[in-house]
Design a protein. Structure first.
Length: 344
């Protein structure tokens, strides 16, 4: 593993996220220091820093995780301090006990770490009940500050990445249909067949990326004050992805069938030319669906705004040597048409 890959992310967090985290930390430090004087408000600052997440919903989850972890850790530390006094080794004992308690209750890794850290800090800095209560209160101040700052300062709405990834998927899916249509009637070399198969397989990770981006966008709207403005956009994107996903599967399957059953005489089949034409029409309709959903940053030019797949394809029976391939292509094409024209 390269060292820089272990310590550097592939992309930066938005600068706004850094500003929000800094603002929440400073506000929590100042407020907790005023409300709970006497100790540096470390717990409040850490809580605010951790609670400011990319979405309001994630902030609430982190707030719950942080609060429960601190409370349980503080209780463990105080209990051990009252039972065993204050020898130095009790800090190590508290860490072990905290980890075992978190494991016993199936706590998340974040909550488990927080329990152990809180127990350690309380015993290291002061294990009296008054000190423990003050730290819990201080943590809750930091949690509230983090949530408020994340909700009020331009709550993040992750719609743009979803629109981008879905648009890229639609364009590449249409291009894959066109490439297969161009390849069917013409003789192919082994190299071009492998390239055709490789490009088709790339559709699956692109579909997964679009799915992840839409899910992140939907999650970013949960409990977000700006959700009403963008909810309908994501509903349309989700609907388009659900239409495109089976077409991705069928396109990869058609390309695989062509790759597996190819021979130089396939292009002589009359049905192949008709299937190629239908594939081009399907590519047109995929582009049209993407354009109607307004998810492509650079819409492709269309020859018609009317869907091209207007009627099922009827062909003559193929020769006995090619009936498996022709039948496979026809069935996948039927399924693609059903998705694009909303047939059951």
């Amino acid at each position: 593993m390269r060292i820089h890959a272990a310590i550097r992310a592939s992309k930066r967090s938005p600068l706004l996220q850094v500003v929000k985290s800094a603002a929440a930390t400073i506000a929590a430090w100042m407020l907790a220091g005023w409300v709970v004087p006497g100790q540096l408000p470390v717990f409040a600052a850490i809580a605010a820093l951790l609670v400011v997440q990319p979405s309001v919903n994630q902030s609430l989850s982190k707030a719950l995780e942080r609060s429960i972890g601190v409370i349980v850790g503080v209780v463990i530390a105080v209990a051990l301090g009252l039972l065993l006094g204050s020898p130095s080794w009790i800090v190590l004992l508290a860490i072990v006990v905290a980890m075992l308690v978190a494991w016993a209750f199936r706590a998340t890794p974040g909550t488990g770490n927080q329990v152990a850290i809180s127990a350690m800090l309380v015993l290291a800095l002061g294990s009296t009940p008054d000190y423990a209560i003050a730290r819990i209160f201080e943590t809750l101040i930091g949690v509230v500050i983090g949530i408020v700052v994340n909700a009020l300062i331009v709550p993040p709405v992750l719609v743009a990445p979803a629109r981008r990834d879905l648009g890229l998927l639609g364009r590449e899916l249409a291009s894959s249909l066109d490439r297969l249509a161009d390849a069917l009637p013409e003789p192919q070399t082994p190299a071009t067949l492998h390239q055709l198969m490789l490009e088709a397989r790339l559709l699956r990770p692109m579909k997964d990326a679009a799915e992840a981006s839409i899910a992140a966008g939907e999650e970013s709207l949960t409990l977000n004050p700006r959700r009403s403005t963008h909810r309908e956009e994501l509903v349309e994107m989700r609907a388009l992805l659900e239409r495109l996903t089976p077409i991705v599967t069928q396109t990869i399957g058609m390309t695989r069938a062509y790759f597996d059953h190819y021979d130089d005489s396939i292009g002589e089949e009359p049905a192949v030319t008709a299937i190629a034409e239908q594939l081009r029409r399907a590519g047109h309709d995929v582009r049209l669906a993407v354009q109607i959903a307004d998810v492509s940053p650079e819409p492709e030019a269309l020859t018609s705004a009317i869907p091209a797949l207007t009627a099922p394809l009827v062909i003559r029976p193929p020769s006995s040597t090619h009936w498996i391939l022709i039948g496979s292509l026809m069935e996948d094409l039927r399924r693609i048409r059903a998705e694009l024209v909303d047939e059951e």
